[in-house]
Design a protein around this ligand. Structure first.
Ligand code: PMP
Length: 360
């Protein structure tokens, strides 16, 4: 068996010990005589898995008791509609900060449900920075302010938490969830798809302050009404049971690594290996403002796009896959989530140097 260094933006690399544990438990989970995939979601075994997974998440993020943790389906894209349905609470407009492709998608979807005001945009830099809070124009009547905490395609990340006063701050953390400690109390709602730092695709996580729920638009499907979900412990219908089980194993793995502070330290060290080289080389370039560079998704360019195919082929031959940048921005992108080991980043930089020496 050969495992590659996987730089995929998502679904993405999972911790190897998690995959091994899942493999060992595949046919018979803890003496139950069944796979987690075969369990009734209302049976005591799975109810136990769900409770433990939730408790681990609460512990890792130190989620205050006035927040609900919801496990649902529909992805982060689904939340782009579900959030306005639930959080407008009689208001007619919401503010969004536009920092790239994913916040653009959020804006476009929300426009079906409310008036969207763009409180700030990074358009002037072609979405290579996070607009400073001093430039934001927040409407005091906005139902909430939405940000994308980490733009997976553009490689732009907030390294600070905006202050939106009494207006709830809503953050798409799909691609930097659990990569560092977060003060949940600063947010009204945090959401993300699981398929980067949490587990397999098919599971969506929502952490929402409980005073914000209970006023969903009447058209809201019951499975997406946060109040109904919270009252039924995310079990109004069959939840994505296997994805929740794997998420639980990932949470345990993060805890064993030392929790989110240790994860953040590791992620800083990992990203520095790549960014330090990008700053030193005159061959590759990083388009992103230094203070807003993502620690999870690192886009970079070769001096000539004609070299891209050869670079990717050489990387693949060395066991490094999924380095092609998103078609919208081109170039390369290395996604270096929690489960990507520092050795992967070191191997990538060694190859980049080798390629530079041959072509530079
Ligand atoms: N937001 C961000 C920041 C993302 O990275 C992604 C997926 N790459 C999405 C939203 C969409 O998530 P999903 O495919 O789970 O709907």
């Amino acid at each position: 068996m050969t495992r590659v260094f996987n730089f995929s933006a998502g679904p993405a690399a999972l911790p190897e010990p998690v995959l091994r544990e899942a493999a060992a438990e595949m046919l018979d989970w803890h003496g139950s005589g069944m796979s987690v995939m075969e369990m009734s979601h209302r049976g005591k075994e799975f109810m136990g898995i769900l409770a433990e997974t939730k408790a681990l998440l609460v512990e890792l993020l130190q989620i205050p008791s006035n927040y609900k943790v919801l496990f649902l389906q529909g992805g982060a894209i689904g939340q782009n509609a579900i959030i306005p349905m639930n959080l407008l609470r009689g208001r007619t407009s919401a503010d969004y900060v536009h920092t790239g492709e994913w916040s653009k998608k959020s804006i476009e979807e929300a426009q079906k449900y409310c008036t969207v005001r763009v409180a700030a945009t990074a358009e002037a830099s072609q979405y290579t920075h996070v607009p400073k809070q001093s430039t934001w124009d927040i409407d005091p009547n906005a139902a909430y302010v939405h940000i994308c905490a980490n733009e997976t395609i553009g490689g732009v990340e907030y390294h600070w938490t905006p202050d939106t006063g009494d207006i709830p701050l809503v953050a798409d953390m799909s691609s930097n969830f659990l990569s560092k400690p977060v003060d949940v109390s600063r947010f009204g709602l945090i959401y993300g798809g699981a398929q980067k730092n949490i587990g397999p695709a098919g599971l969506t996580l929502v952490i929402v302050r409980d005073d914000l729920i209970g006023q969903a638009l009447p058209i809201t499907p019951s499975v997406f009404d946060y109040r109904v979900l919270a009252d039924n412990d995310s079990m109004i219908n069959t939840p994505p049971t296997y994805a929740i089980y794997i998420a639980g194993l990932v949470f345990k793995w993060i805890k064993a690594q030392g929790g989110l502070a240790a994860m953040a330290e590791l992620n800083r060290r990992k990203a520095a290996v790549l960014y330090d080289y990008l700053d030193a080389t005159g061959f590759y370039t990083s388009p992103i403002a230094k203070e807003d560079r993502s620690l999870m998704n690192v886009p970079f360019r070769l001096p000539d796009p004609k070299l891209d195919a050869e670079f990717l082929k050489g990387a693949e031959a060395r066991g490094m896959v999924q380095l092609k940048g998103h078609r919208v921005v081109g170039g390369m992108r290395a996604s270096i989530y929690n489960a990507v080991p520092v050795e992967a980043v070191q191997a990538l930089v060694a190859y980049m140097k080798e390629f530079e020496a041959a072509r530079g």
